[in-house]
Design a protein around this ligand. Structure first.
Ligand code: ATP
Ligand code: MG
Length: 549
């Protein structure tokens, strides 16, 4: 306890927990849970919830469960379950217990019987439309159902018949008897059980009645001994019902408490499993792990690191006010994390051939290049240099614009780690495009030789032509763009594939290996597409930040 008191709470949820620890509301216990519905892959919004629940438990030496909220009888997809576990582990967390809400169906049924016996729940024969009609509006109170005063014995009998399968879907429901005039619509006799003649992946055809979320969730939490049930803000209005269920069922002397925080929204990002699933099903993307997807699987394949995602979740903090976070901040966190971790490689796109006319034919020098200026411990590598090289298409202009310090006829630049090189003349193809640049080098200016002569303004990178390795590069932009009508539509340029020439070492890249392509950005050898013979790189993020503090 003492070390907890000394630590400053990091957010309002931790404030609540520390008060509870002080008053010993749950003794010294802190128990959270992450409760995904296994109906899709997790996205970056879920990462916020995962980080919050697991780090909160860690901080207070408590526990955090992974609980599948599978009270909805849809077909289980083991693919989703597997992906959820992989994602949580990838983020660096380990659950204390892995549980299924459907394992509590018996106890939930029992709780419902208890409410009926206490006169706190009744079977209602109104149709879904009628129930909606009777509910009233925010301005007007609702109307009581004609079935509201059914005697408990009758309710027990019919509820049992519902369970036995005597009725069709929607024919009857079980409702909590609360207050049809409540200003909180959720308290106007909400439905707590419905009939659904549907197989459940876990319980098979044992049940044809299923509990509703607002009834099931508090019971799940209570059964597991959860202390702080953290959820998103949309459930704030449901909290009175959460508390009502636990109070009226009355089995738990110190029931859990629900605490809401603002869900994560990101600019240019759609975060809804349903929408993401539609994109997968329609083939708009290559799958749940398409590197453009905001799913954890997608950003992992894109090359984001768990450290960066956790850093991001920490920076955005936890608040009670909904807002939209600039996705540039997430990219910033990725860049910050990779900055001192990965080695640099030379890669050129839209290559232009350079011939150093005064460099001996057939000669190759092995030059040393530093792997990461900001992390000298990453050492150096050797790179071949010879008479024919490639430079990046962006590093030459026939007619330079103002402040262009790279290659143009008559200008001298430093080839990084090599020599000063002057562009003497551009040779063109018949169609007017550039065939090659005839250049000359100054042997005195070799890097590291201590050459103190003239200075040049531009430094560019290069690749030795004879040993260059061809690679594929996949450049990504956001999937969705703001359109003219003020909505969002698919960005047709969200994936642009290019080819590049790389220094020979990159030919040995293993799937999942990350690099900085010098002056270009951070890249990862795609896990799925990279083979022994073909190297395919995902652009993780550019070098420059568009994100402003
Ligand atoms: P979606 O609306 O994207 O389908 P969901 O809320 O239905 O997501 P669940 O599987 O029910 O997905 O969510 C599991 C947990 O993750 C819940 O506690 C939920 O509050 C939380 N969560 C979901 N989306 C976000 C988000 N954008 N930001 C923070 N937490 C989120
Ligand atoms: Mg949900």
């Amino acid at each position: 306890m003492s070390d907890i008191k000394e630590r400053k709470p990091e957010n309002f949820i931790h404030n609540i927990i520390e008060k509870d620890l002080e008053s010993q509301k749950y003794g010294d216990r802190v128990h959270t849970r992450f409760p995904p519905e296994p109906n899709g892959y997790l996205h970056i919004g879920h990462a916020k919830s995962i980080c919050l629940n697991f780090t909160t438990a860690e901080k207070y030496h408590g526990k955090c469960n992974l609980r599948y909220d599978d009270t909805n009888p849809v077909k289980e997809d083991t693919e989703y379950v597997d992906s959820i576990e992989e994602d949580v582990k990838w983020l660096g967390f380990q659950w204390d217990e892995r549980l299924w809400a459907s394992d509590y169906f018996d106890e939930m049924y029992d709780c419902a019987l208890e409410l009926i016996k206490k006169g706190k729940a009744y079977v209602c024969d109104l149709s879904a439309d009628q129930i909606r009609e009777y509910r009233g509006t925010l301005k007007e109170p609702g109307k009581e159902s004609p079935y509201r005063e059914r005697p408990a014995e009758e309710n027990l009998r019919i509820f049992e018949e519902m369970r036995q399968g005597k009725y069709r879907d929607g024919e009857k429901v079980l409702r909590a008897k609360i207050d049809m005039a409540s200003p909180n619509m959720n308290m106007r006799d909400p439905v707590i059980y419905r009939i659904a003649h549907t197989e459940h992946h876990n319980t098979g055809d044992k049940w044809c009645i299923y509990p509703m979320y607002d009834f099931a969730h508090p019971i799940e939490d209570a059964i597991e001994g959860i202390t702080h049930s953290i959820c998103t803000l949309e459930f704030e209005d449901h909290r009175p019902l959460y508390d009502w269920v636990l109070r009226e069922v009355g089995r738990w002397p110190q029931p859990p408490q629900q605490i809401e925080f603002a869900r994560l929204n990101l600019t240019n990002t759609v975060m809804s499993k349903r929408y993401l699933k539609a994109m997968v099903d329609q083939g708009t993307v290559e799958g749940w792990d398409d590197p453009r997807m905001p799913t954890i699987a997608g950003i992992r394949r894109r090359g984001y690191t768990p450290e960066a995602v956790r850093d991001f979740c920490e920076r955005i903090g936890v608040s009670k006010a909904n807002s939209t976070v600039d996705s540039g901040l997430l990219e910033h966190c990725v860049r910050e994390d990779l900055k001192t971790k990965v080695e640099s490689r030379n890669v050129v796109e839209n290559p232009i051939k350079v011939i150093i006319t005064n460099y001996p034919e057939g000669k190759t020098e092995l030059l040393s290049l530093e792997n990461n200026r900001e992390a000298p411990e990453l050492g150096e590598r050797t790179v071949p240099f010879s008479r024919e090289l490639y430079v990046d298409g962006d590093d030459f202009m026939e007619v330079p614009v103002k402040k262009y310090f790279r290659l143009f006829p008559g200008n001298e630049v430093r080839f990084k780690g090599a020599y000063f090189i002057r562009c003497d003349r551009a040779v063109k193809n018949p169609d007017g495009s550039i065939k090659e640049l005839l250049c000359s080098y100054d042997p005195q200016t070799r890097s590291g030789s201590g050459f103190e002569g003239r200075k040049v303004k531009g430094t560019i990178h290069w690749v030795d032509a004879a040993s260059a390795v061809k690679i594929k590069i996949r450049n990504y932009d956001c999937l969705m763009k703001d359109d003219e009508e003020g909505g969002q539509s698919l960005n047709p340029d969200s994936l642009i594939e290019t080819e590049g020439y790389a220094e020979p070492l990159l030919g040995e890249a293993k799937p999942g290996e990350r690099f900085q392509f010098f002056r270009k950005g951070y890249y990862i050898a795609d896990e799925k597409l990279t083979t022994e013979d073909e190297k395919v790189f995902n652009k993780i993020v550019g070098l420059k930040s568009s994100w402003k503090k």
